[in-house]
Design a protein around this ligand. Structure first.
Ligand SMILES: C[S@@+](CC[C@H](N)C(=O)[O-])C[C@H]1O[C@@H](n2cnc3c(N)ncnc32)[C@H](O)[C@@H]1O
Length: 247
């Protein structure tokens, strides 16, 4: 597993440095959307698009107020805004590169900013405390390893763009994922939901036990089978939709 983790880190940095700023035309509904340097690319990994499609198909955000944590270039929020009927979307990211990129895409698509807000925030730190959401979702980092080497890779990186990319894929020990689940309770309406995307690559049992300890009902559904999320890894995964419902 450690080889796969290191390969993923290498591929992420290498692939992104080769495509510093791209226009996404591969996703029909979002043709013209830009992904800028230092921002996690949905062309590199296809799972976010598939997940956004699944969420829209199931009507999970229709009529709802939604917070997308770690929105990156905005692929999920923008897809949901255009292909579902959310009442309001707040798209947040800790990375200033992602926030600039998100705002540019909001402008590009002429989005109604009274229904779509972009906030630079480390998890919930800058989300106004009076805001409440029906749904909080996160296409979270895939590497939640406790491994000292993985933590070291993140700490030793001194290129700000590379560091932003590394924070897109690494959450040492799953600390941020656990914090999102815990803190979400203060920002959710009654019966609100936290939605997460996952796969066999992630420690789903850790997420389940943390969510249940925090009082959520945990449901795990396979929404796509055998998907090669990152082409160059050749690794086919089943993708899971994790739905945590506040009880
Ligand atoms: C796997 S990427 C997903 C990006 C985008 N949603 C997509 O699907 O392409 C994870 C995102 O989470 C963001 N992120 C990581 N740690 C965060 C934190 N503490 N607070 C807010 N966002 C964070 C990263 O900057 C990155 O944009």
């Amino acid at each position: 597993m450690q080889i796969k983790v290191l390969e993923l880190i290498h591929l992420t940095l290498h692939t992104h440095s080769e495509m510093p700023s791209v226009t996404l035309d591969s996703y029909r509904e979002l043709a013209g959307m830009q992904v800028m340097r230092g921002v996690f690319s949905p062309e590199f990994a296809t799972d976010s698009y598939l997940w956004a499609n699944y969420i829209a198909q199931r009507g999970l955000v229709d009529g709802k107020s939604v917070l997308e944590m770690g929105a990156g270039s905005g692929i999920i929020s923008l897809y949901l805004y255009r292909n579902a009927t959310p009442r309001y979307i707040c798209a947040a990211d800790v990375s200033k590169y992602a926030v600039i990129n998100l705002r540019a895409n909001v402008d590009r698509f002429g989005i109604d900013e009274s229904r779509f807000e972009v906030i630079e925030s480390d998890l919930f730190s800058c989300i106004p405390s009076e805001k409440r959401f029906d749904v909080i979702l996160w296409a979270m980092p895939w590497i939640l390893s406790e491994d000292r080497l993985v933590r070291q890779v993140l700490e030793d990186c001194d290129d700000p763009c590379e560091k932003a990319l590394l924070r897109s894929i690494i959450d040492p020990g799953g600390e941020s994922v656990r914090k999102v689940i815990s803190d979400a309770k203060s920002f959710l309406n009654p019966c609100g939901k936290v939605l997460l995307i996952s796969s066999d690559f992630l420690p789903n049992e850790m997420i389940r036990s943390h969510a249940e300890a925090e009082g959520f009902l945990y449901e795990q559904t396979v929404f796509a089978r055998n998907v090669t999320v990152v082409e160059a890894t050749g690794m086919a995964l089943d993708l899971y939709h994790l739905e945590l419902t506040l009880q």
